[in-house]
Design a protein around this ligand. Structure first.
Ligand code: PEP
Ligand code: MN
Length: 365
């Protein structure tokens, strides 16, 4: 089921033409020099439209750098006056919104930690009633689409129509090689449910390092995202937060030049749809391989157990049962009986082979 919303297309609140929305700037505002030096370089890159900086930083431990707070808002104003770039800041409380409005911040975003808390999102929604400001909504840390959707709905219900979702990856038990697992199927599903909603990719927080950044950004563009939010710092190695994932303005310029913006090519709709479907196939195949590995692992355990108990490998009764049950199930799901039988035979051959190898190995000892 897809849902129509009154969310505006990006072009309605920022002039982009055919180009993606590019937001860049440091993870955190650290000093006036850092902000101005970074922003002046970024303003030379025509694609960059919005300068971002975190001002209130949610830290895990109380002794971490918690951001510059209000003094940085005046610096963001100076950045805007000097460079002409629009400015964006993360907000987590109603008070943050008031402060941003007072200093003329153009765009606000709600961070991943805040999106995961419906009380906080509701507080922000109340503070946004009657305010006309674009709001970017990051995905929550945990891979729960309903939380992300819920936050978007709360902000939209408060009357905000200039909304975009930001895909920044998810915390999972094993997200390697990424800092945050992209779980592409979630933004794809969000897009399916809310087709009008613009989605922006934040490859910096997905990758967590400079090496993977380009590949993540390209994949996001291939999946039809409408913009990128990337962390850029005039001296990344000395950054107080997220040092490993930030780029210098020059490296960011090269990064942008290396990306292929497929939206601008030929039959855009066809190509994007095809890429989306292919990515879903990639995910499905990945699951399939994991399930096969799990099955063969169980076969190994059975082989060892049979060997210990001196039982034959091939048990025709069990094999016939498997075929009957699986073919029935497959037919219910619309798969052809011939196809599933062929597949089962391949699986069975491999299972027999694994168990024979177990016997051989032990017998040779
Ligand atoms: C950030 O953009 O610097 C940030 C803190 O992001 P997130 O909320 O996605 O972790
Ligand atoms: Mn960051």
């Amino acid at each position: 089921m897809s849902k129509n919303t009154d969310i505006y297309p990006l072009n309605q609140w920022i002039s982009l033409g055919d180009q993606p929305l590019v937001i860049a700037g440091p993870c955190s505002a650290e000093s006036r020099e850092q902000l101005l030096q970074t922003a002046i370089e970024l303003a030379k890159i025509p694609l960059v439209k919005i300068f971002r900086a975190g001002i209130w930083k949610p830290r895990t431990r109380p002794d971490g750098f918690e951001g510059m707070g209000i003094p940085a808002l005046a610096m963001m104003k100076e950045v805007k006056e000097t460079t002409g770039l629009l400015t964006a800041v993360e907000v987590a409380t109603a008070r943050h919104i008031e402060d941003c409005l007072e200093y003329g911040i153009d765009v606000i975003w709600i961070g991943a930690r805040t999106v995961g808390n419906p009380f906080s999102v509701q507080e922000l929604a109340e503070a946004l009633k009657g305010v006309d400001i674009p709001v970017l909504i990051k995905n929550p840390l945990n891979p729960d689409l309903k939380l992300w959707l819920g936050a978007i709905e709360r902000i939209n219900n408060a009357g905000i129509k200039k909304i975009a979702a930001v895909h920044r990856g998810f915390y999972t038990y094993n997200s390697k090689p990424y800092r945050n697992a992209p779980l592409w199927e979630l933004p794809i599903e969000l897009k399916r449910i809310l087709p009008d909603l613009p989605i922006i990719s934040d490859p910096s927080h997905i990758a967590g390092n400079r090496t993977l950044l380009r590949a993540v950004a390209q994949k996001a563009l291939d999946l039809e995202v409408q913009g990128l939010m990337v962390e850029v710092h005039n001296n990344p190695d000395a950054a107080l937060t997220d040092a490993q994932q930030q780029l210098t303005p020059a490296a960011f310029n090269d990064f942008l030049s290396s990306l292929i913006f497929r939206n601008q090519t030929g039959n855009k709709e066809f190509e994007n749809k095809l890429l989306t479907l292919r990515s879903m196939i990639d995910d499905a195949d990945d699951e399939l391989i994991q399930v096969l590995a799990k099955r063969m692992n169980l076969v190994t355990q059975i082989g060892e157990y049979k060997k210990q108990n001196n039982i034959t490998i091939l048990q025709i009764k069990r094999w016939n049962e498997i075929i009957c049950m699986r073919v029935k199930k497959a037919k219910e799901l619309g798969l052809s009986a011939a196809f599933i039988q062929k597949l089962l035979e391949i699986l069975h051959d491999e299972s027999i082979q694994i168990q024979t190898d177990i016997l051989d190995k032990k017998d040779k000892k």
